[in-house]
Design a protein around this ligand. Sequence first.
Ligand SMILES: [Zn+2]
Ligand SMILES: [Zn+2]
Length: 235
Amino acid sequence: MSTNHTVYYELRDALAGEGCAICGLALRGLRRYMEGLAYEAVNNIAIRAELRAARGFCAPHGLMLREVRSALGTAIIHRDIVGAAMGALESSGGGSGGGLLGRLMGGQPRGGGALAPQAGCPACAQRRKTEEVYLGTLAARIADAELRQSFDASAGLCLPHLRAALGRCGPAAFGQLKAAQLGVWGRLAGELDEFIRKCDHQFAHEEIGAEATSWSRASLLISGHPLLGLAHDEV
Ligand SMILES: [Zn+2]
Ligand SMILES: [Zn+2]
């Protein structure tokens, strides 16, 4: 894991990039994890056992693994998971075998309960670890003039990461982050207003500026990056 010093500079650099900095850093971490996994799938016995228990990745992380384009690694990983799913389905009882009586008799719950994940998605766990490192540094350093300046010039945080960051802030940092994000959202709201106004045919002849992409940026900034698998209602 990176040192505190490195984490700080990685965070500052990510704030200069596009979109939510924590989304960007978490995506980078996940892509590295997926590449490592895809190319070392044959040897990584522990992670394969974890994936069998989890019944595979959640949908966004299944997609990320596919994007690494290691056909062999993806095949080996999924051969394990398909085998585990087959075993779980074979042991599933149907009809009257389910319910309380069925479970007391040692049967599996009705409706394919054995197919349910026995563990969380390992890539989601990896993502949370990466987020934790950078969110902790953001909360600890947002009052530093340099980081605050980088934040003010950035696209701000997506809504899920903002909530997570505010939850890690002490009172002073909370005030700094709140003011910084309100500044970012104020500019975004202005751009959206301008974009909406220019969509009216009366003003369609006016030249369009940076607000042209505001609708697309706003959607990512409210929901977070779709490949991260962030829970919108996570509290
Ligand atoms: Zn984010
Ligand atoms: Zn996941």
